[in-house]
Design a protein around this ligand. Structure first.
Ligand code: CTP
Length: 399
């Protein structure tokens, strides 16, 4: 049975030449047993007719924000609540601009602005429009908001040019949606825990020891685990990052607080320790601000190693334990020692000496070391892309 059977799909069709493909998309979705409601944007009417859309979907087509009968039947808030998923196909550059900038001037954009779930977006536009810097910024905003892009594909365009910007063919879009539903079903009930960011070890009420970790890589991983259907807990040191909708986030300062939060949130199926935990804490934290003087000796003591503790726990050890390894030199050699010392299943090693990757950058380049000695390199890419690859590996490992 198809994963799409009885799924409620809200299809938003916007005004591009590729809108004709959305008719085929509706036909295929109906064949799989999906329930399809459609919204036509103002401009979509110039490419497909409400009659052809409603004939195929066997449902009324919604398009007018101020239509009293539609609003009485199913208003713009209920439409998005009704849906299991919201698919925008085709999504024009204008639509991407509107939804990334909260501009609502017709029913389609109003429903999307009021939606309580992430969208699947199948863009379609001329290659230059796709590559335009403003459009790229909009795409990046939407990706950061957790929306998922399907395509666009590369090929000949209706305008005669060639390049990236074609709407993905309907059978491919269907495959993507089916895979997503399958993943959500398989991972339903699985729990994940992620640590991220730096820790702060206080010296006195106003001073502390910390490090340059931004938390970006861990947040990306937590976000993708949640989107893959995991019940996800993120234990975060102090960062500048926005909290992630749907991820249970616990904010902590010190390594000790991180340790306590981790233990409280076990057991889980997979734990990813991406936090840059301070190895040492201050022995006697001063209750008052330390006064300026000639000399001051800071006395430090070791923090508990959270990853090592969890990896070696008899009853609470997750099925899959993943550590990170921040190194400035002899990255693989040092990480090989670390994976054995820490007894984790995988260790993701990254070079934190390079300003362009690692700490505080949007990019990363990592090597995954496995317990059996294998090493797999993931070349330089955005942290979101690296996270995607790591989460895919986690999902297939747990399968
Ligand atoms: N880690 C931890 N608790 C600590 C120290 C580290 O859980 N007290 C975890 C990190 O989250 C990471 C892994 O251990 O997953 C390796 O951390 P890293 O800082 O790279 O190495 P260290 O063990 O601190 O060793 P070193 O600083 O000597 O490289």
């Amino acid at each position: 049975m198809s994963e799409l059977k009885n799924k409620k799909i809200l299809l938003v069709i916007t005004g591009g030449i590729a809108a004709y493909k959305s008719l085929e998309l509706i036909r295929l979705l109906k064949k799989k047993g999906s329930l399809v409601k459609t919204i036509l944007s103002k401009n979509a009417h110039k490419f497909v007719t409400p009659l052809s859309v409603s004939s195929l979907s066997q449902e009324k087509v919604y398009s007018d924000l101020f239509d009293p009968t539609s609003e009485a039947e199913m208003d713009h808030i209920s439409l998005s609540r009704w849906a299991d998923i919201i698919l925008i196909a085709p999504a024009t550059a204008n639509t991407l601009s509107k939804i990334s900038n909260a501009n609502a001037d017709d029913l389609a954009s109003t429903v999307l602005l009021a939606a309580d779930k992430e969208f699947f977006i199948a863009p379609a536009m001329n290659v230059r429009m796709w590559e335009n810097k403003s459009n790229k910024n909009n795409v990046s905003i939407l990706k950061n908001m957790g929306h998922e892009f399907i395509g666009p594909d590369i090929g000949d365009m209706a305008c005669g040019e060639y390049g990236e910007g074609k709407m993905t063919e309907p059978p491919e879009i269907l495959k993507h949606l089916e895979a997503k539903f399958k993943e959500l079903k398989n991972n339903n009930g699985l729990k994940a825990l992620v640590t991220a960011g730096p820790t702060k070890e206080f010296i006195d009420p106003v001073r502390y020891i910390t490090n340059k970790s931004s938390g970006k890589q861990g947040y990306e991983i937590a976000n993708l685990l949640k989107r893959s259907g995991f019940n996800t807990t993120l234990i975060s040191g102090p960062t500048q990052l926005d909290s992630i909708k749907g991820v249970n986030t616990i904010n902590i300062n010190s390594a000790k607080e991180m340790f306590d939060a981790v233990i409280e949130n076990l057991p889980v199926d997979v734990a990813i320790f991406s936090a840059a935990v301070a190895d040492f804490k201050v022995k006697d934290i001063s209750e008052t601000k330390i006064k300026n003087k000639e000399n001051y000796n800071l006395s430090l003591e070791k923090n508990i190693d959270i990853l090592k503790h969890v990896s070696n726990h008899n009853s609470l050890r997750p099925k899959l334990v993943i550590g990170f390894s921040a190194e400035t030199n002899d990255i693989i050699e040092n990480s090989q020692k670390k994976i054995n010392e820490k007894n984790c299943d995988w260790l993701i090693a990254n070079d934190v000496s390079n300003q362009e990757i690692g700490f505080d950058s949007d990019f990363n380049e990592v090597s995954i070391l496995y317990k059996n000695g294998e090493i797999e390199k993931i070349s330089k890419d955005k942290k979101s892309v690296i996270a995607n690859k790591i989460v895919k590996k986690i999902v297939s490992n747990l399968e």
